[in-house]
Design a protein around this ligand. Structure first.
Ligand SMILES: C[S@@+](CC[C@H](N)C(=O)[O-])C[C@H]1O[C@@H](n2cnc3c(N)ncnc32)[C@H](O)[C@@H]1O
Length: 208
């Protein structure tokens, strides 16, 4: 039996459009198996849609081409974004076997044609094909995250890193890494204002 979890908010239709049924199925699967598989804590169930699914889905319009998601874990944001944007190709990079097994199961269960799961640490991923953009959420502070993610991005591509209210302070603390990895146009974007109950912040930067 699926444990009780947050009822679907009205904003879900706005964020996922004609992909809503797939997003709904993924959310139900995460509610059913997420705690047992150690992917989410029990406290997340009452805010599964608002804190996790919508918070990730709102990033979808920023993406294009071939996007890597570093440290996908339960599929946040990588799987959610792949659901929202079937026209974009996603590479989910996650070192933990239990988590890649979950990600592969969900790709099959949801019949997603635009997702590849790579079991590896970001630092060890083969770089023969560079990505147009890289996303990450809750993996590490920016000064550690930049060296992990920027080398995966093609020249002119972007980092789109989900961050909390401390995003600007993290940018200040990462000044050295921003210079070393030649990031430009580093900005904090606030997404979902007037739509979501909790806004989403991303640090977006262009890789030289
Ligand atoms: C706190 S979890 C966050 C998971 C998911 N992004 C989310 O927002 O719920 C951090 C994830 O990053 C992964 N991770 C840690 N170090 C990594 C690395 N060097 N390369 C890629 N993934 C890594 C972990 O295995 C874990 O799944």
């Amino acid at each position: 039996m699926t444990p009780e979890y947050e009822a679907e908010p009205a904003q879900a239709a706005l964020v996922f459009g004609d992909q809503l049924a797939v997003a709904r199925q993924f959310t139900a699967n995460l509610a059913q198996y997420g705690e047992e598989l150690g992917l989410i804590g029990p406290l997340e169930l009452p805010r599964l849609w608002s804190r996790h699914i919508l918070n990730c889905g709102i990033v979808a319009p920023l993406l294009n081409g071939r996007v890597g998601d570093v440290g996908s874990g339960a599929g946040l944001p990588g799987l959610v974004l792949a659901i929202a944007r079937p026209d974009v190709e996603f590479v989910l990079i996650e070192p933990m076997e239990r988590r890649t097994a979950w990600l592969n199961d969900q790709v099959a269960a949801l019949d997603l044609k635009n997702v590849t799961v790579v079991r590896d640490r970001a630092e060890d991923v083969r770089r023969d094909v560079l990505l147009d953009q890289v996303t990450a959420r809750a993996v590490s502070a920016l000064k550690k995250l930049i060296p992990m993610t920027a080398p995966l991005v093609r020249p002119g591509g972007e980092l789109v890193l989900m961050k909390g209210a401390g995003a600007a302070a993290e940018i200040d603390a990462a000044a050295k890494q921003i210079r070393a990895f030649k990031l430009h146009n580093v900005e904090v974007l606030t997404l979902g204002e007037g739509i979501l109950d909790e806004v989403t912040r991303v640090v977006r930067a262009t890789v030289e």
